[in-house]
Design a protein around this ligand. Structure first.
Ligand SMILES: Cc1ncc(COP(=O)(O)O)c(C=O)c1O
Length: 425
């Protein structure tokens, strides 16, 4: 059997993920010597024999226990495909996960993770604000399946989480804690270790409480939730991992046993990513760290520039956290870099924010984030417009707020663009 894990070391040195992104999980001699993994554009796979086909199906339906080290046989591309398996292996390296599952979108990953573990009558508690689509799923869709949903404000941390649980004391079955940290769009941080403590405390022998963390904003380079006690890490791969605003995909990472369950659900929901997207993602992974570091350095310069500008009231950027600030302690323990998402508040309201956005020349006015090009948007009327106007300020979203995702352009050009747009306000 081929031991791909052996390829992660040279002598006594463990190779870093960035060094392995060009090779891990792939054998050129199995594909005519091609240096790059081909796109396995096939819906189905020929079995070597009927006995092999039978054994693969027994494994896929859990009709027998897996042999030690046995990998899932290739059957049909709704279950698995080499382009995606290599991608999944590479994704595990950044987070130190045992296993990963890729999906057709970040929302597919979130929905599948939620419905793998939640059942009618169970309670899901999540941190707010979270991405608007996640909020909609949790507030409006899951309750239709009998799942109880409660939220706590990210900035209230462990205390807020415990208060949310107390609101359901004695009449709930807590099954999942879901946090998005840093939160979209406010950059609030949630303490993953504290949430893991609460999850263990509330879990019972026959009802484990699963802690899931959406790591889209900082991961997989600057934050590794599994190391802080999370059970599942979730990504919109559409963002930094894809990194070029040309694909939609998602992922769930965690232990082999949890991921067996998630992949089982994925098979029947039918929401695995496609092989071409897998190929694009592998190409993107090769430059992931380079892009994220460059974008972070530019974001720091742009955030400093915004801080100094008289038209700007407040800037929310993780790189500005100082000792004594709310979130500084969590940042120091949990994150290895501040990433490249900036939220800032203009003096004024929606009219001023719109004038700024309409005046940008280089930065594009679009939702999404993590791409090579810088993007700006208005959370209150765009990504988070489903949250009521009364509720928005409570979670830090105001009409004067603008969110910028910083890309790989020259930061001096970005400052020139932001500067001229601010002059128009
Ligand atoms: C933090 C976060 N999580 C999840 C998603 C959903 O991902 P996708 O659009 O790939 O479905 C998004 C999308 O913006 C997001 O920002």
């Amino acid at each position: 059997m081929w031991d791909k894990k052996a390829k992660r070391r040279i002598g006594d040195r463990d190779l870093t993920p960035e060094s392995l992104m060009m090779s891990y999980g792939y054998r050129p001699d199995w594909s005519e010597g091609a240096v790059k993994a081909p796109i396995f554009a096939t819906s189905t796979f020929a079995f070597q024999s009927a006995e092999h086909g039978k054994a693969f199906f027994e494994q896929a339906y859990g009709l027998r226990d897996k042999e030690p080290g046995e990998e899932m046989g290739l059957i049909y591309s709704r279950l698995n495909n080499p382009s995606l398996e290599i991608l999944e292996d590479r994704l595990t390296l950044w987070d130190g996960a045992e296993s990963a599952a890729v999906f057709g979108s970040g929302m597919a990953a979130i929905t599948t993770a939620a419905l793998t573990f939640l059942r009618p009558g169970d309670l899901l508690v999540f941190s707010e604000p979270s991405y608007g689509g996640t909020e909609y799923l949790f507030h409006n869709v899951l309750p239709q399946f009998g799942i109880r949903v409660e939220c706590f404000r990210s900035s209230k941390g462990e205390k807020g989480l415990r208060q949310a649980l107390e609101r359901h004391a004695g009449e709930h079955r807590l099954r999942m804690i879901y946090v998005e940290t840093p939160s979209n769009p406010t950059n609030d941080l949630v303490d993953i270790e504290a949430c893991a403590r609460v999850a263990r405390e509330y879990g019972t022998e026959d009802r484990r409480v699963v802690l899931a963390v959406d790591n889209t904003f900082l991961g997989p380079v600057f934050q590794h939730p599994l190391k802080h006690g999370a059970d599942l890490v979730i990504y919109s791969l559409t963002k930094y991992v894809g990194g070029h605003s040309d694909l939609i995909a998602g992922a769930v990472l965690g232990s082999a046993s949890d991921l067996d369950l998630v992949k089982g659900t994925r098979t029947f929901f039918g929401n695995i990513a496609d092989p071409f997207t897998g190929f694009l993602l592998m190409r993107s992974l090769e430059t992931l760290k380079l892009r994220m570091i460059h974008e972070m350095e530019s974001a720091r310069k742009l955030a400093d520039f915004l801080m100094e500008h008289p038209k700007v009231e407040k800037v929310s950027y993780l790189g500005h956290l100082r000792e004594g600030d709310e979130g500084f302690d969590i940042f120091s323990r949990q994150c290895t870099g501040p990433g490249s998402m900036i939220a800032f508040y203009l003096h004024g309201g929606e009219a001023e924010a719109f004038r700024f956005l309409n005046s940008l020349k280089l930065i594009k006015l679009a939702v999404s984030l993590g791409g090579t090009e810088s993007l700006a948007e208005h959370p209150g009327t765009m990504t988070h417009s489903d949250i009521s106007k009364e509720e928005q300020p409570r979670i830090g979203i105001t009409p004067a707020m603008v969110r910028i995702s910083v890309g790989v352009e020259d930061p001096r050009d970005l400052m020139a663009d932001v500067g001229q747009a601010l002059e128009k306000v």
